[in-house]
Design a binder for this molecule. Sequence first.
Ligand SMILES: [Zn+2]
Length: 215
Amino acid sequence: MKANVNNKFLKDYECFNVIAKVEGQRHDSCYVFTAHYDHLGNLGKKVFYAGANDNASGTATIVTLAAHYAKNRPPFDMYVIAFSGEDANLRGSEFYAQHPIVPLEQIKYLFNIDMIGDNNPVQYCEVSDEGMHAYALFEKINKEKHYFEALNRGELAANSDHYSFAKRHVPCIFLENEKGDAFQYYHTIYDNYHTVRFDSYESVFRLVTEFVERY
Ligand SMILES: [Zn+2]
């Protein structure tokens, strides 16, 4: 695929979250898949960079999840949300959490996918307090299927959009493949197609979809 981009710096540009829904068999609860599609974007006025790992990788993943559920009707409604303004202090997710289109209490589980374009065989994650009751299931699936060598759960932090939901008591998990070969390039102009890694994508996809099947 080839693409030509003519970039222009627009001051005070209004950004948007992009939301899609796949209708499930039940509507009283839902699953939510999120990823931010913004990036730092520019270095001075001349250098444009969009962020392949951070976070085209997560944005592409939630698009494939939407396609998967559009073909395989899910048990519950599925919301796929691409947030803007993450790298400007979680603004898109904060706005959404204050103005949700479905009440936050109806979220069975939320998956925030940010920077999985890497190849660390150990998958980093953060889980909200309310999401911890189901964390054993992630570990169980991973042990059975060996998607990753292990899951490494870190302290919950305001480092991506899941935090806007975690602090509002939504059960959620944050998946980021840290410290593989691509990690050194994040937030630099070298985070591009040549340095991004595709190793962890399939494992993340399977872990998430299998969790939904068995939860
Ligand atoms: Zn990010």
